[in-house]
Design a protein around this ligand. Structure first.
Ligand code: NDP
Length: 283
């Protein structure tokens, strides 16, 4: 039976450590603050934003929420970002994605001051991750790295296979694994013989967005399997990109969904917000 990598527990530990760190920083006059902007009524996004607010509270981080109506124009959103870029009490800015279709996501990401870009989506931060000299790591891949550490496996020299090549998960994940000397393969929808690739993985990261896509027969005996996927089924239940039942029989360690990568993403956002407060203070 595979070891369960409980992101929920690890994230609680990280948030408790951050709370203590924030208390110390406040004594030095450094007050981390996060601004979260949400445009529209997407129910999943509403839940994510609420969880981020709660995490701020748990860590003693000041937070501001801007819930804007669906019809908000790009200009209005850019104006708010500009205000927050200049606002001293705010060290981190997050725009919950996706934004409505009439707003250009890239323009919005590019407008956030890279020093306050706690999601690490701005091209400046993406470039820094590429060269391995970064302040912020994108939250989901950073959370995955923490869970891999939790599994006890050393990434150095391991075959690491990522299924998915999004800018948010797959690509930065590949960089982080590479920085730890993993041998990295990135798979996507045009990959041929996918099973052959996944079966070779000592560390397998699934970020596909298709429920139960990775099955036990695609996994090498003893592999560490990290399921980034969050999919809502018709019966409203959440499920990952990995078919848990068949995978846990083969894997050495595996993340559950929910309670795996999801909570880690939020913990890493808190970490980035605290880091932003420190980094901005020293610049
Ligand atoms: P995207 O839709 O942006 O990317 C999905 C990737 O999967 C693409 O690269 C795509 O390939 C690849 N893919 C699709 N079909 C196949 C296939 N048949 N075989 C191999 N690869 C395939 O998704 P995200 O990266 O944004 O998210 C992935 C999942 O992770 C989703 O379930 C999402 O909800 C979840 N997620 C969870 C987070 C968390 O905190 N736990 C945070 C972010 C996302 P191609 O590029 O060729 O199209």
């Amino acid at each position: 039976m595979a070891k369960l990598l409980m992101g929920k527990e690890v994230s609680a530990r990280i948030k408790a450590e951050l709370k203590a760190e924030v208390e110390e920083l406040k004594k030095q006059g450094i007050n981390p603050g996060l601004a979260v902007i949400i445009v529209g009524e997407d129910p999943a996004s509403q839940v994510y934003v609420r969880n981020k607010e709660l995490a701020c509270e748990a860590c003693g981080i000041y937070s501001e929420k801007y819930a804007l109506p669906e019809e908000t124009t790009q200009e209005e959103l850019l104006k708010l970002i500009d205000t927050l870029n200049k606002k001293e009490s705010i060290s981190g800015i997050l725009v919950q994605l996706p934004v409505p279709k009439h707003i250009d996501e890239k323009t919005i990401i590019n407008a956030i001051d890279p020093k306050k870009d706690v999601d690490a989506f701005h091209p400046v931060n993406v470039g820094k991750i590429m060269v391995g000299n970064y302040d912020f790591v994108p939250c989901t891949p950073a959370g995955v790295m923490e869970l891999i550490k939790e599994s006890g496996i050393d990434v150095c020299g391991k075959e690491c296979v990522i299924v998915g090549r999004s800018n948010i998960v797959g690509k930065p994940q590949a960089m982080l694994l590479l920085h730890q000397n993993g041998t990295v393969t990135i798979c996507h929808s045009k990959t041929k013989n996918l099973k052959e690739k996944t079966k070779n993985a000592d560390i397998l990261v699934a970020a596909v967005g298709i429920p139960n896509f990775i099955t036990g027969d695609m996994i090498k005996e003893g592999a560490v399997v990290i399921d980034v996927g969050i999919n809502r089924l018709e019966n409203k239940k959440l499920c990952g990109d990995v078919e848990f039942e068949s995978a846990e029989k083969v894997a050495g360690a595996i993340t559950p969904v929910p309670g795996g990568v999801g909570p880690m993403t939020i913990a890493m956002l808190m970490k980035n917000t605290v880091k932003a407060a420190v980094v901005n203070q020293s610049k």
